[in-house]
Design a protein around this ligand. Structure first.
Ligand code: FA5
Length: 340
Protein backbone atom coordinates (compact mmCIF):
# COMPACT_ATOMS: atom_id res chain seq x y z
CA UNK A 1 0.00 0.00 0.00
CA UNK A 2 1.10 3.53 -0.66
CA UNK A 3 2.71 4.84 2.56
CA UNK A 4 0.56 7.97 2.51
CA UNK A 5 -2.61 5.98 2.09
CA UNK A 6 -1.51 3.54 4.77
CA UNK A 7 -0.84 6.40 7.17
CA UNK A 8 -4.15 8.12 6.46
CA UNK A 9 -6.16 4.90 6.84
CA UNK A 10 -4.45 4.14 10.13
CA UNK A 11 -5.06 7.64 11.45
CA UNK A 12 -8.73 7.46 10.49
CA UNK A 13 -9.13 4.13 12.24
CA UNK A 14 -7.57 5.42 15.47
CA UNK A 15 -9.63 8.60 15.30
CA UNK A 16 -12.81 6.55 14.87
CA UNK A 17 -12.12 4.22 17.74
CA UNK A 18 -10.22 5.98 20.49
CA UNK A 19 -13.19 7.67 22.10
CA UNK A 20 -15.07 4.46 22.59
CA UNK A 21 -11.96 2.67 23.85
CA UNK A 22 -11.29 5.26 26.54
CA UNK A 23 -14.86 5.94 27.49
CA UNK A 24 -15.64 2.24 27.73
CA UNK A 25 -12.99 1.71 30.41
CA UNK A 26 -14.78 1.48 33.76
CA UNK A 27 -11.84 1.67 36.14
CA UNK A 28 -8.40 3.17 36.30
CA UNK A 29 -6.60 -0.03 35.43
CA UNK A 30 -8.54 -0.73 32.24
CA UNK A 31 -8.38 2.97 31.29
CA UNK A 32 -4.60 2.90 31.54
CA UNK A 33 -4.49 -0.32 29.51
CA UNK A 34 -6.71 1.16 26.76
CA UNK A 35 -4.56 4.29 26.68
CA UNK A 36 -1.41 2.19 26.40
CA UNK A 37 -2.89 0.31 23.42
CA UNK A 38 -3.22 3.68 21.65
CA UNK A 39 -0.25 5.79 22.67
CA UNK A 40 1.97 3.48 24.78
CA UNK A 41 5.40 2.45 23.46
CA UNK A 42 3.74 -0.26 21.32
CA UNK A 43 0.45 1.58 20.87
CA UNK A 44 -1.28 1.85 17.49
CA UNK A 45 -0.69 5.58 17.04
CA UNK A 46 2.90 5.25 18.19
CA UNK A 47 3.51 2.49 15.61
CA UNK A 48 1.89 4.60 12.96
CA UNK A 49 4.10 7.59 13.73
CA UNK A 50 7.16 5.36 13.46
CA UNK A 51 6.13 4.74 9.82
CA UNK A 52 6.38 8.50 9.13
CA UNK A 53 9.84 7.94 7.64
CA UNK A 54 8.28 6.26 4.61
CA UNK A 55 5.93 9.19 3.87
CA UNK A 56 7.30 11.43 1.09
CA UNK A 57 8.84 14.63 2.40
CA UNK A 58 6.17 16.94 0.88
CA UNK A 59 3.34 15.25 2.84
CA UNK A 60 5.24 14.62 6.06
CA UNK A 61 4.59 17.96 7.76
CA UNK A 62 0.84 17.88 7.16
CA UNK A 63 0.36 14.26 8.24
CA UNK A 64 2.67 14.73 11.22
CA UNK A 65 0.55 17.63 12.38
CA UNK A 66 -2.63 15.55 12.07
CA UNK A 67 -1.09 12.70 14.04
CA UNK A 68 0.08 15.05 16.81
CA UNK A 69 -3.33 16.68 17.02
CA UNK A 70 -4.93 13.25 17.41
CA UNK A 71 -2.40 12.35 20.09
CA UNK A 72 -3.27 15.54 22.00
CA UNK A 73 -6.98 14.74 21.79
CA UNK A 74 -6.35 11.27 23.16
CA UNK A 75 -4.25 12.69 26.00
CA UNK A 76 -6.95 15.17 26.90
CA UNK A 77 -9.69 12.56 26.93
CA UNK A 78 -7.49 10.21 28.95
CA UNK A 79 -6.83 12.84 31.64
CA UNK A 80 -10.50 13.73 31.80
CA UNK A 81 -11.54 10.09 32.18
CA UNK A 82 -8.90 9.49 34.83
CA UNK A 83 -10.28 12.34 36.89
CA UNK A 84 -13.86 11.22 36.39
CA UNK A 85 -13.06 7.68 37.52
CA UNK A 86 -11.30 8.95 40.67
CA UNK A 87 -14.23 11.24 41.43
CA UNK A 88 -16.72 8.40 40.96
CA UNK A 89 -14.74 6.14 43.27
CA UNK A 90 -14.69 8.77 46.00
CA UNK A 91 -18.40 9.43 45.51
CA UNK A 92 -19.16 5.72 45.80
CA UNK A 93 -17.20 5.51 49.02
CA UNK A 94 -18.96 8.52 50.55
CA UNK A 95 -22.46 7.51 49.57
CA UNK A 96 -22.03 3.73 49.84
CA UNK A 97 -23.04 1.60 52.81
CA UNK A 98 -21.66 3.06 56.03
CA UNK A 99 -18.96 1.31 58.05
CA UNK A 100 -20.60 -1.23 60.37
CA UNK A 101 -19.08 -0.72 63.81
CA UNK A 102 -20.96 -3.74 65.18
CA UNK A 103 -18.92 -6.23 63.10
CA UNK A 104 -16.51 -8.22 65.31
CA UNK A 105 -12.95 -6.89 65.12
CA UNK A 106 -9.97 -8.87 63.92
CA UNK A 107 -8.51 -10.79 66.87
CA UNK A 108 -4.92 -9.95 67.76
CA UNK A 109 -3.81 -12.92 69.86
CA UNK A 110 -2.19 -11.73 73.08
CA UNK A 111 1.42 -12.89 73.43
CA UNK A 112 3.15 -14.06 76.55
CA UNK A 113 6.70 -14.38 77.83
CA UNK A 114 8.84 -17.21 76.44
CA UNK A 115 9.00 -20.37 78.58
CA UNK A 116 12.69 -19.70 79.35
CA UNK A 117 12.00 -16.15 80.50
CA UNK A 118 9.17 -17.36 82.71
CA UNK A 119 11.33 -20.07 84.29
CA UNK A 120 14.16 -17.57 84.74
CA UNK A 121 11.87 -15.17 86.60
CA UNK A 122 10.57 -18.01 88.73
CA UNK A 123 14.11 -19.11 89.67
CA UNK A 124 15.18 -15.55 90.50
CA UNK A 125 12.06 -15.12 92.66
CA UNK A 126 12.83 -18.24 94.67
CA UNK A 127 16.46 -17.25 95.25
CA UNK A 128 15.68 -13.65 96.15
CA UNK A 129 13.11 -14.93 98.65
CA UNK A 130 15.97 -16.96 100.19
CA UNK A 131 18.02 -13.76 100.57
CA UNK A 132 20.14 -13.86 97.41
CA UNK A 133 20.78 -10.59 95.59
CA UNK A 134 20.59 -10.40 91.75
CA UNK A 135 23.64 -9.32 89.72
CA UNK A 136 23.90 -8.55 86.03
CA UNK A 137 26.88 -9.40 83.82
CA UNK A 138 27.82 -9.26 80.13
CA UNK A 139 27.61 -12.23 77.76
CA UNK A 140 31.01 -11.39 76.26
CA UNK A 141 33.86 -11.65 78.71
CA UNK A 142 37.60 -12.30 78.91
CA UNK A 143 39.44 -15.60 78.82
CA UNK A 144 40.73 -14.63 82.26
CA UNK A 145 37.30 -14.36 83.92
CA UNK A 146 35.83 -17.32 82.04
CA UNK A 147 38.73 -19.71 82.69
CA UNK A 148 42.02 -18.55 84.20
CA UNK A 149 40.73 -16.95 87.41
CA UNK A 150 38.41 -19.92 87.87
CA UNK A 151 41.57 -22.04 88.13
CA UNK A 152 41.21 -23.84 84.81
CA UNK A 153 44.70 -25.14 83.97
CA UNK A 154 46.00 -23.56 80.73
CA UNK A 155 45.45 -26.72 78.70
CA UNK A 156 42.02 -27.58 80.09
CA UNK A 157 39.85 -29.04 77.32
CA UNK A 158 36.98 -26.63 78.09
CA UNK A 159 39.14 -23.72 76.93
CA UNK A 160 39.71 -25.38 73.59
CA UNK A 161 38.57 -23.79 70.34
CA UNK A 162 36.15 -26.71 70.10
CA UNK A 163 34.07 -25.52 73.01
CA UNK A 164 34.25 -21.80 72.74
CA UNK A 165 33.19 -18.94 70.49
CA UNK A 166 36.16 -16.56 70.52
CA UNK A 167 35.55 -12.92 69.60
CA UNK A 168 39.16 -11.80 69.24
CA UNK A 169 42.04 -13.63 67.66
CA UNK A 170 44.98 -13.26 69.92
CA UNK A 171 46.86 -16.30 71.17
CA UNK A 172 44.34 -18.79 72.46
CA UNK A 173 45.48 -18.65 76.08
CA UNK A 174 45.86 -14.86 76.19
CA UNK A 175 44.02 -13.63 79.34
CA UNK A 176 42.52 -10.60 77.55
CA UNK A 177 41.15 -12.59 74.63
CA UNK A 178 37.39 -12.00 74.56
CA UNK A 179 34.83 -14.70 74.00
CA UNK A 180 31.17 -15.49 74.45
CA UNK A 181 31.10 -16.78 78.01
CA UNK A 182 30.76 -20.56 78.20
CA UNK A 183 29.16 -20.41 81.63
CA UNK A 184 27.86 -17.85 84.13
CA UNK A 185 30.69 -18.61 86.58
CA UNK A 186 32.31 -15.41 85.23
CA UNK A 187 29.92 -13.61 87.61
CA UNK A 188 31.68 -15.18 90.62
CA UNK A 189 34.93 -13.51 89.53
CA UNK A 190 33.26 -10.20 88.64
CA UNK A 191 31.38 -9.84 91.93
CA UNK A 192 34.02 -11.22 94.33
CA UNK A 193 36.72 -9.05 92.71
CA UNK A 194 34.83 -5.87 93.45
CA UNK A 195 33.51 -6.38 97.00
CA UNK A 196 34.36 -8.19 100.21
CA UNK A 197 32.38 -11.08 101.75
CA UNK A 198 29.81 -11.86 103.02
CA UNK A 199 27.80 -12.11 99.84
CA UNK A 200 24.96 -14.18 98.40
CA UNK A 201 24.36 -13.56 94.71
CA UNK A 202 22.46 -15.04 91.78
CA UNK A 203 22.79 -14.05 88.13
CA UNK A 204 21.04 -15.46 85.07
CA UNK A 205 21.72 -15.12 81.36
CA UNK A 206 22.76 -16.62 78.07
CA UNK A 207 25.93 -18.71 77.63
CA UNK A 208 27.48 -20.22 74.50
CA UNK A 209 29.30 -23.44 73.60
CA UNK A 210 29.95 -25.60 70.58
CA UNK A 211 27.36 -28.14 71.70
CA UNK A 212 24.46 -29.48 69.68
CA UNK A 213 22.11 -32.38 70.47
CA UNK A 214 18.76 -33.21 72.07
CA UNK A 215 19.74 -31.77 75.47
CA UNK A 216 22.55 -29.41 74.35
CA UNK A 217 22.08 -26.15 72.48
CA UNK A 218 24.95 -23.87 71.30
CA UNK A 219 23.20 -20.96 73.06
CA UNK A 220 21.53 -21.75 76.34
CA UNK A 221 20.89 -20.16 79.73
CA UNK A 222 22.40 -20.59 83.14
CA UNK A 223 21.70 -19.26 86.57
CA UNK A 224 24.75 -18.90 88.77
CA UNK A 225 24.41 -18.72 92.52
CA UNK A 226 27.13 -18.35 95.14
CA UNK A 227 27.38 -17.57 98.80
CA UNK A 228 30.54 -16.61 100.66
CA UNK A 229 30.85 -16.14 104.41
CA UNK A 230 32.97 -17.35 107.33
CA UNK A 231 31.18 -20.58 108.15
CA UNK A 232 29.72 -22.21 105.08
CA UNK A 233 29.59 -25.96 104.49
CA UNK A 234 28.55 -28.40 101.80
CA UNK A 235 25.46 -29.12 103.89
CA UNK A 236 24.37 -25.50 103.43
CA UNK A 237 24.74 -25.97 99.68
CA UNK A 238 22.64 -29.13 99.73
CA UNK A 239 20.02 -27.50 101.93
CA UNK A 240 19.65 -24.45 99.68
CA UNK A 241 19.43 -26.59 96.54
CA UNK A 242 16.87 -28.97 98.04
CA UNK A 243 14.65 -26.14 99.23
CA UNK A 244 14.96 -24.53 95.83
CA UNK A 245 14.16 -27.72 93.87
CA UNK A 246 11.17 -28.59 96.03
CA UNK A 247 9.74 -25.11 95.68
CA UNK A 248 10.23 -25.26 91.94
CA UNK A 249 9.04 -28.78 91.15
CA UNK A 250 7.02 -29.78 94.21
CA UNK A 251 7.87 -32.12 97.06
CA UNK A 252 7.73 -35.29 94.95
CA UNK A 253 10.73 -34.37 92.76
CA UNK A 254 13.60 -36.86 93.09
CA UNK A 255 17.03 -35.27 93.54
CA UNK A 256 20.38 -37.03 93.09
CA UNK A 257 23.83 -35.56 93.93
CA UNK A 258 26.73 -37.14 92.00
CA UNK A 259 30.39 -36.35 92.71
CA UNK A 260 31.87 -34.41 89.81
CA UNK A 261 34.84 -32.28 88.89
CA UNK A 262 35.03 -28.57 88.12
CA UNK A 263 38.42 -26.81 88.52
CA UNK A 264 36.89 -23.98 90.57
CA UNK A 265 35.26 -26.08 93.29
CA UNK A 266 36.42 -28.70 95.77
CA UNK A 267 34.53 -30.92 96.35
CA UNK A 268 32.27 -30.73 93.31
CA UNK A 269 29.00 -32.38 92.39
CA UNK A 270 26.34 -32.53 89.74
CA UNK A 271 22.66 -32.73 90.46
CA UNK A 272 20.08 -34.68 88.47
CA UNK A 273 16.33 -34.51 88.96
CA UNK A 274 13.54 -36.82 87.92
CA UNK A 275 9.80 -36.56 88.04
CA UNK A 276 8.27 -39.75 89.45
CA UNK A 277 8.49 -42.26 86.59
CA UNK A 278 10.38 -39.84 84.31
CA UNK A 279 14.01 -39.87 83.14
CA UNK A 280 16.93 -38.35 85.04
CA UNK A 281 18.01 -34.95 83.75
CA UNK A 282 21.28 -33.29 84.77
CA UNK A 283 20.38 -29.74 85.70
CA UNK A 284 23.30 -28.24 87.56
CA UNK A 285 26.91 -28.32 88.67
CA UNK A 286 27.96 -27.15 92.13
CA UNK A 287 30.54 -27.35 94.90
CA UNK A 288 32.56 -25.54 97.53
CA UNK A 289 34.48 -22.61 96.03
CA UNK A 290 38.14 -23.58 95.57
CA UNK A 291 40.82 -21.87 97.70
CA UNK A 292 42.64 -20.93 94.49
CA UNK A 293 39.63 -18.91 93.30
CA UNK A 294 39.51 -17.03 96.62
CA UNK A 295 43.18 -16.21 96.23
CA UNK A 296 42.66 -15.05 92.66
CA UNK A 297 39.99 -12.52 93.71
CA UNK A 298 41.94 -11.32 96.76
CA UNK A 299 40.01 -13.14 99.51
CA UNK A 300 41.87 -14.92 102.30
CA UNK A 301 41.18 -18.65 101.78
CA UNK A 302 41.97 -19.27 105.46
CA UNK A 303 39.13 -16.99 106.54
CA UNK A 304 36.26 -17.55 104.10
CA UNK A 305 34.24 -20.46 102.81
CA UNK A 306 31.64 -20.49 100.08
CA UNK A 307 29.52 -22.58 97.80
CA UNK A 308 28.54 -22.06 94.18
CA UNK A 309 26.20 -23.64 91.68
CA UNK A 310 25.39 -23.17 88.01
CA UNK A 311 22.12 -24.49 86.72
CA UNK A 312 20.79 -24.96 83.22
CA UNK A 313 17.60 -22.91 82.88
CA UNK A 314 16.62 -24.55 79.58
CA UNK A 315 16.99 -28.01 81.12
CA UNK A 316 14.75 -26.96 84.00
CA UNK A 317 12.15 -25.72 81.49
CA UNK A 318 12.39 -29.12 79.76
CA UNK A 319 11.71 -31.01 83.00
CA UNK A 320 9.03 -28.59 84.13
CA UNK A 321 7.06 -28.63 80.87
CA UNK A 322 8.00 -32.14 79.65
CA UNK A 323 9.84 -30.85 76.55
CA UNK A 324 11.70 -33.73 74.84
CA UNK A 325 14.15 -31.71 72.70
CA UNK A 326 15.89 -28.45 73.65
CA UNK A 327 15.69 -27.21 70.03
CA UNK A 328 11.93 -26.82 70.35
CA UNK A 329 12.57 -23.91 72.70
CA UNK A 330 14.45 -21.97 70.02
CA UNK A 331 12.67 -22.92 66.79
CA UNK A 332 10.15 -20.15 67.49
CA UNK A 333 7.17 -22.14 66.28
CA UNK A 334 4.25 -20.26 67.81
CA UNK A 335 2.08 -23.41 67.89
CA UNK A 336 4.64 -24.90 70.28
CA UNK A 337 5.43 -21.77 72.29
CA UNK A 338 1.76 -20.94 72.81
CA UNK A 339 1.19 -24.31 74.51
CA UNK A 340 2.93 -23.28 77.74
C1 FA5 B 1 29.14 -25.41 84.43
O1 FA5 B 1 28.90 -24.68 83.45
C2 FA5 B 1 29.67 -24.86 85.70
N1 FA5 B 1 30.01 -23.46 85.53
C3 FA5 B 1 28.61 -25.04 86.77
C4 FA5 B 1 29.12 -24.77 88.15
C5 FA5 B 1 28.94 -23.54 88.73
C6 FA5 B 1 29.80 -25.77 88.85
C7 FA5 B 1 29.42 -23.30 90.02
C8 FA5 B 1 30.28 -25.56 90.11
C9 FA5 B 1 30.09 -24.31 90.70
P1 FA5 B 1 28.24 -27.56 83.26
O2 FA5 B 1 29.06 -27.47 82.04
O3 FA5 B 1 27.97 -28.91 83.79
O4 FA5 B 1 28.83 -26.73 84.46
O5 FA5 B 1 26.85 -26.84 82.96
C10 FA5 B 1 25.92 -26.62 83.99
C11 FA5 B 1 24.52 -26.96 83.55
O6 FA5 B 1 24.18 -26.26 82.34
C12 FA5 B 1 24.35 -28.43 83.18
O7 FA5 B 1 24.06 -29.18 84.32
C13 FA5 B 1 23.17 -28.38 82.24
O8 FA5 B 1 21.96 -28.31 82.96
C14 FA5 B 1 23.37 -27.09 81.54
N2 FA5 B 1 24.01 -27.23 80.21
C15 FA5 B 1 25.31 -27.46 79.94
N3 FA5 B 1 25.53 -27.47 78.62
C16 FA5 B 1 24.35 -27.23 78.03
C17 FA5 B 1 23.91 -27.07 76.68
N4 FA5 B 1 24.75 -27.13 75.66
N5 FA5 B 1 22.60 -26.82 76.44
C18 FA5 B 1 21.75 -26.71 77.48
N6 FA5 B 1 22.08 -26.83 78.77
C19 FA5 B 1 23.37 -27.07 79.04
Amino acid sequence: MDPVEKFETGLRAVRAEYREALEGAADEQSLRAANARLVGPNGRLTQLMKGMREVPADRRRELGRAANALKAEIAQLFEGRLEAIARAALEAELTGPALDPTLPGRQVPPGHLHAITRVKHELLDIFTSLGFEVADAPEADTHERCFDMLAFPPDHPATDMQDTFFLTHTDEGDPVTTLLRTHTSTVQIREMSRRPPPLAIVSAGAVFRRDDDRTHSPMFHQLEGFLVDEEVSFTHLQGVLRVFLERLFGADIEVRFRPSYFPFVEPGAEVDVRRPGGEWMEILGCGMIHAQVFENVGYDPEKVRGFAFGLGIDRIAMVKYGIPNIKLLFDNDVRFLASF
